[in-house]
Write a protein that binds this ligand. Structure first.
Ligand code: MG
Length: 259
């Protein structure tokens, strides 16, 4: 983009006054359109308002008696890596993404209640999708985005708690970088007919730091980058996958209850 001298001086004044650049909106307008009318990762799609969820919990949330514990802070035995064992670093009760690839549960789940605690790096590096990016994928396919969305602008359908590439959260309930955050996810698996068509889509309710950010929201299909989601018939159960997007995001206290 060519910037007119007048714009340059206005920008310079703004930087002088605020100490930072005005919020740009990264994203795309050359991608296909979603049924909502917005392009996938639309740079013009409005950003959800920010809601302060209150202080981070001092310790991990209690685990219900009938929950299947997927990560207790000590062992990733319930998970496998891209090749063999899950190799994320474990220390002080959390697992940290370390560029060894995504990890996914050995056990598969269908309809479920999933609790995940995560924290993006306290030392802020990068911006937009490059800051604290990870993700929670139900069935290894349907992503709930993990991102540092505290004063970090990215396209609305890619910010923290978005159904990536499809649906922004109702509000931005992100805590500061380095602080522990929670996702409580109620997931209903999609149902398919014999001919492969969708009988009922995947549906999710997500509570981020105690705040509802999706209320029975349908997935349009598996999460996709710069592309329209498209369902392909699969079985009634699948693994839970956590994304290694190259940023050292931390996870702790992960448990699931089958429904
Ligand atoms: Mg992600």
């Amino acid at each position: 983009m060519r910037i007119a001298p007048a714009m340059l001086s206005a920008t310079a004044t703004l930087i002088a006054v605020t100490g930072s650049l005005p919020a740009q909106s990264p994203g795309y307008t050359d991608t296909p359109k979603l049924p909502s009318g917005w392009h996938v990762h639309d740079s013009g799609r409005p950003h959800p308002r920010v809601v302060d969820p209150g202080p981070a919990p001092a310790k991990p949330a209690p685990v219900p008696a009938d929950a299947i514990v997927l990560f207790d802070g000590k062992s990733l035995n319930a998970w496998r890596g891209r090749k063999g064992d899950a190799k994320w670093s474990i220390r002080d009760g959390y697992a940290e993404v370390n560029r060894t690839g995504d990890i996914q549960t050995k056990q598969e789940f269908g309809d479920c209640q999933l609790h995940v605690e995560w924290a993006t790096p306290a030392e802020v590096k990068g911006d937009s999708q490059g800051r604290g990016n990870s993700g929670v994928f139900l069935f290894g396919r349907y992503e709930i985005q993990v991102l540092d969305s505290y004063e970090n602008v990215t396209y609305a359908d890619g910010q923290a708690a978005a159904l990536y590439g499809q649906q922004p959260p109702l509000v931005n309930a992100c805590r500061k970088p380095g602080e522990w955050q929670t996702y409580d996810i109620l997931f209903r698996a999609p149902r398919f007919l014999d001919d492969g068509s969708v009988k009922s889509p995947a549906r999710v309710t997500v509570i981020h730091n105690g705040i509802v950010v999706h209320d029975c929201q349908d997935y349009l299909g598996p999460s996709a980058h710069r592309n329209l989601p498209k369902y392909r018939k699969h079985g009634p159960k699948g693994p839970i996958r956590l994304q290694d997007h190259g940023n050292p995001v931390r996870f702790r206290n992960i448990w699931v209850r089958e429904l």
